[in-house]
Write a protein that binds this ligand. Structure first.
Ligand code: VGL
Ligand code: ZN
Length: 206
């Protein structure tokens, strides 16, 4: 059968006004960590491939909590989560098989004991610049969001990107959730104006 008879998949090629935002791919959110996403490790090779594409910018966010953070269930205000991603510990670090380019920009969130942010738009660079500021400085118009965990930090980041005026695309093959079925979170994202992009595995150029 000639190849033209089948719909040929469009190749996924980002440009200089596109940013990849890799949300919270940290040891504590992976199997073996304190707040594991069951299939979290499955997205690491996909993100490694994405990170080789010509995005205008690649950004990681990291949960970066003090040991007495308000979101921890050990805190006297009884937060929702077991202690996780304590700044400068192994749990807050990237897994060693995540390979990102040298020029990746790193932003950090939840670094103050009394404040939490699920969204990477609440995160700041080491110099204290908010993510939105840095994206604007680089002329970014569209963001592709991936990472952990789908129902929390990924969803919140994608929604905030849309609210901030970016075209917000969720890469469904490069995110994993705490729930076994991602349908609810994906539907909630679409209802907020986020675009879903699936089929990356087939469409990323080698
Ligand atoms: C997250 C719960 C608490 C996340 C962060 O990255 O999705 N979830 N802190
Ligand atoms: Zn957290």
């Amino acid at each position: 059968m000639p190849p033209q008879s089948a719909p040929f998949p469009p190749t996924f090629i980002p440009g200089k006004r596109d940013a990849l935002i890799v949300v919270d791919v940290q040891n504590d959110f992976l199997p073996g960590g304190t707040l594991p996403v069951p299939k979290g490790h499955a997205i690491v090779p996909v993100i490694n491939k994405l990170a080789r594409l010509p995005f205008g910018m690649i950004v990681t966010s990291q949960d970066w909590h003090p040991p007495d953070h308000v979101s921890f269930n050990t805190h006297h205000q009884k937060g929702s989560w077991p202690p996780h991603c304590v700044a400068h510990t192994y749990g807050a670090d990237f897994p060693k098989d995540l390979h990102l380019p040298e020029h990746t920009l790193h932003v950090f969130k939840g670094a103050q004991a009394d404040q939490d942010s699920y969204s990477a738009f609440g995160a700041k660079t080491e110099l204290g610049l908010l993510l939105d500021t840095v994206l604007k400085q680089h002329g970014i118009m569209r963001v592709f969001v991936c990472g952990l965990a789908l129902e929390y930090c990924v969803q919140a980041t994608a929604i905030d990107a849309h609210k901030a005026g970016y075209t917000s695309v969720l890469l469904t093959d490069a995110t994993q959730g705490l729930e076994t079925d991602p349908a609810r979170a994906l539907t909630a994202c679409q209802a907020k104006g986020i675009l879903l992009y699936s089929g990356l595995q087939l469409h990323i150029p080698c």
